[in-house]
Design a protein around this ligand. Structure first.
Ligand SMILES: Cc1cc2nc3c(=O)[nH]c(=O)nc-3n(C[C@H](O)[C@H](O)[C@H](O)COP(=O)(O)O)c2cc1C
Length: 228
């Protein structure tokens, strides 16, 4: 696919077919994705990939943790708040999602059940977790944000490459809300921070959840040009 087409086509997929993604295909995607740039070529990313029985056990364990109110403590804290204009944008995509799904505001139960799906990786057959080294991020009293930036670049490569190969993806903070569960089941040491999970699989194209098209701010509102 042409790059423009891939970028246009990539969207967060929240409903998947059960067919697993072949290991060789995931490996090929990762091998290409790591051509992402990074600070002085430090390549601060590592990957943990789940599939098969492990994925099913992980799904159950994360769902169970969410259902039983296990405290959410991702390694990288979520935003403490959403100042404007971010709150408006965040609300807009949430509203669009529930409008497309046809779940009204009053139907708290259905909204809650929908929200739970993210903890079970939206039933995707595979997940890729992106890790970075704790010692590179926590430096004394300071946080070095650049490994996170670099991991974002590699993450986007994964999303685009997967889209190009007909796969669906969603980057998910919900996938890493219970790092204790992930550490135990995927044998991830404390020295590694678990940044993000990417649920991966073949999209269920008919599902309404995949018909959500998120908006973007027009470039004229966010770019200023000088010297042209
Ligand atoms: C770092 C990150 C974490 C995200 N976490 C979640 C999540 O936990 N659950 C979810 O449904 N979507 C999650 N998303 C997807 C965003 O909601 C989505 O990217 C955004 O609404 C734009 O939509 P699009 O990806 O379809 O273009 C996450 C995206 C990013 C980049």
């Amino acid at each position: 696919m042409d790059l423009n087409e891939v970028i246009e086509k990539r969207q967060s997929v929240r409903a998947f077919k059960s067919d697993p993604v072949p290991k060789a295909l995931i490996k090929e995607i990762l091998e290409k994705a790591v051509r992402a740039p990074s600070w002085a070529n430090t390549q601060p990313w590592e990957f943990v990939i789940a599939g098969g029985k492990t994925m099913e056990e992980l799904r159950k364990a994360c769902e169970q943790a969410a259902m039983t109110g296990t405290p959410m403590a991702p390694d990288i804290a979520p935003p403490a708040g959403f100042p404007e204009p971010f709150d408006t944008r965040r609300r807009a995509v949430g509203k669009k999602m529930f409008d497309v799904l046809g779940i009204p505001r009053e139907d708290k139960e259905k909204r809650m059940m929908w929200g739970m799906l993210g903890f079970k990786f939206f039933d995707a057959p595979n997940a890729i977790f992106i890790l970075t080294d704790r010692s590179f991020y926590h430096q004394g009293d300071n946080l070095n944000a650049w490994p996170l930036f670099d991991c974002g670049l590699v993450a986007q490569n994964i999303l685009l490459l997967a889209t190009d190969r007909g796969l669906g993806t969603i980057p998910e903070i919900q996938a890493v809300m219970f790092p204790g569960v992930l550490r135990k089941m995927l044998n991830i040491p404390d020295s590694k921070l678990i940044l993000l999970g990417i649920a991966l699989g073949y999209p269920d194209g008919d599902n309404l959840a995949n018909k959500i098209r998120s908006e973007r701010e027009p470039v004229d509102n966010i770019a200023s040009w000088h010297g042209f």
